[in-house]
Design a protein around this ligand. Structure first.
Ligand SMILES: *Cc1c(COP(=O)(O)O)cnc(C)c1O
Length: 420
């Protein structure tokens, strides 16, 4: 495969951006390669600068549930562009999007639109602290909630890949109120509540973890979190930046039947544009400025072009519920192929990860037993056959509505023939 042009671009990019990238996991470091540069994408295919094409299972790390370059979505964006790119003022689309989100995710009685998942989670935690008047929060080892200071503790995604447990540049004081529990480990949560019975503002969790690879919640885990937070007057926050509109139109809370007090969305909700949201019970959200004393703002928040993209995607998802059945079918085919190849695979809906360990992967510790050098071999094997999965073990593989059965079959055949 000729990747000359990508390599040339990478060299150039290194002059201007740390590692040549604008987000660490794009650097291909953990698979021992250099990044390909994308020229364009359509449906389930990405085309690189050298003209190579790949069946794409990264899907921009989650947003592209409809695949790339969906015409209804890009048309909506173009139409919105013609009316101006940003007003910094109210517009009707914001209401329509908020109403749509709430109709599918009823835990978001009121919500705010922001620009990234990082911002959504940061703001939700602030509101939870404001509401409860408490400082401490509980997060789970291996869950990723964006790169705000207080949440960069035992994170997932690029933090696991780079083996950087915590980031430099974050003062101890900024994380001393961040308590860490084990995913699927109810005892570790109970112990923290025993220690600080009246001190915990919220528990924040990926209701299906997808940033240490995919690690679904075990039966009863989310309900346990629901019960123990209610008991102690703490809030339960689901970080549904990946799972929202992914595990079904109602997100993880409908999929698993547990309702949080607050919820965050990102990725799919922006339809490929920078847009995210946080929300929750009315009495919590009414504490946010200008009604209440929890400050949060944004120059580009509710950007009309991003809102148009989000609305277009949600309209398609709600008018085509069969999309989720199809995603389930296609993802189950890939899961089955992985099992045939002897891989240890975790899956929830259209999120899946192959691990290279004999342990059952149920938390960060077991995820870390995966042999990442074998993952790198697996990545290269697929890549050389024009299949693109995340260039890192601790990520999800995303299946989209644009993946056609022929490409799924091809992918399954390649996976089945893998001899790792
Ligand atoms: C991607 C992600 C974030 C961060 O979103 P950004 O838009 O990258 O800031 C937060 N939480 C989860 C669960 C995510 O997967």
């Amino acid at each position: 495969m000729n990747t000359e042009k990508s390599q040339r671009l990478y060299k150039k990019a290194l002059e201007f951006m740390p590692g040549g990238v604008n987000s660490p996991v794009r650097a291909f470091k953990s698979v021992g390669m250099t990044p390909i540069f994308i020229d364009h994408a359509d449906g389930d295919i990405i085309y690189d600068a050298d003209g190579n094409k790949f069946i794409d299972y990264v899907c921009s790390w989650g947003p592209n549930i409809l695949g790339h370059n969906n015409k209804a979505v890009t048309d909506a964006v173009k139409k919105s562009c013609d009316k101006g790119l940003t007003f910094g003022a109210c517009h009707e689309g914001e209401i329509r999007l908020a109403e749509k989100i709430k109709s599918h995710i009823p835990s978001m009685e009121m919500l705010r639109l922001v620009n990234s998942g990082t911002e959504a989670v940061m703001s939700a935690v602030r509101a939870a602290r404001g509401f409860t008047g408490r400082d401490k929060i509980i997060k789970f080892e291996g869950c990723y909630h964006g790169h705000s200071d207080g949440l960069l503790v035992k994170g997932g995604s690029g933090l696991l890949t780079g083996s950087v447990p915590d980031s430099a540049g974050v003062p101890v004081g900024f994380t001393e109120n961040t308590l860490v529990a084990g995913y699927n480990d109810t005892d570790s949560v109970a112990a923290l509540f025993d220690k600080y019975p009246d001190g915990i503002a919220c528990v924040i969790v990926e209701p299906c973890a997808a940033n240490m690879g995919v690690v679904p919640p075990e039966k009863g885990f989310l309900q346990f979190l629901r019960d123990i937070t209610s008991e102690h007057g703490a809030l339960l926050i689901f970080d549904e930046v990946i799972t929202g509109f992914r595990l079904g139109i109602g997100g993880a809370q409908a999929f698993y039947g547990v309702m949080p007090d607050m919820n965050t969305l990102g990725k799919i909700v922006g339809g490929g544009m920078p847009l995210a949201a946080y929300g929750g019970k009315r009495e919590i959200m009414e504490l946010v400025a200008p009604v209440g004393s929890v400050y949060q703002a944004g120059t580009l928040s509710g950007n009309p072009v991003a809102v148009a993209a989000g609305l277009a995607v949600l309209e398609i998802l709600e008018n085509s519920p069969e999309i989720y059945d199809e995603l389930e079918k296609k993802s189950a085919m890939i899961e089955a192929a992985m099992k045939t190849a002897g891989l240890n695979v975790n899956r929830a809906g259209s999120l899946l990860t192959a691990f290279f360990t004999n342990e059952t992967v149920r938390d960060c510790k077991s995820a870390r037993t995966s042999d990442t050098s074998r993952y790198a071999e697996f990545f290269k094997y697929l890549f050389s056959r024009n299949i693109y999965i995340a260039p890192s073990q601790f990520e999800a593989m995303f299946v989209s509505a644009a993946h056609c059965y022929a490409d799924i079959e091809y992918t399954c055949n390649v996976i089945r023939s893998w001899r790792g």
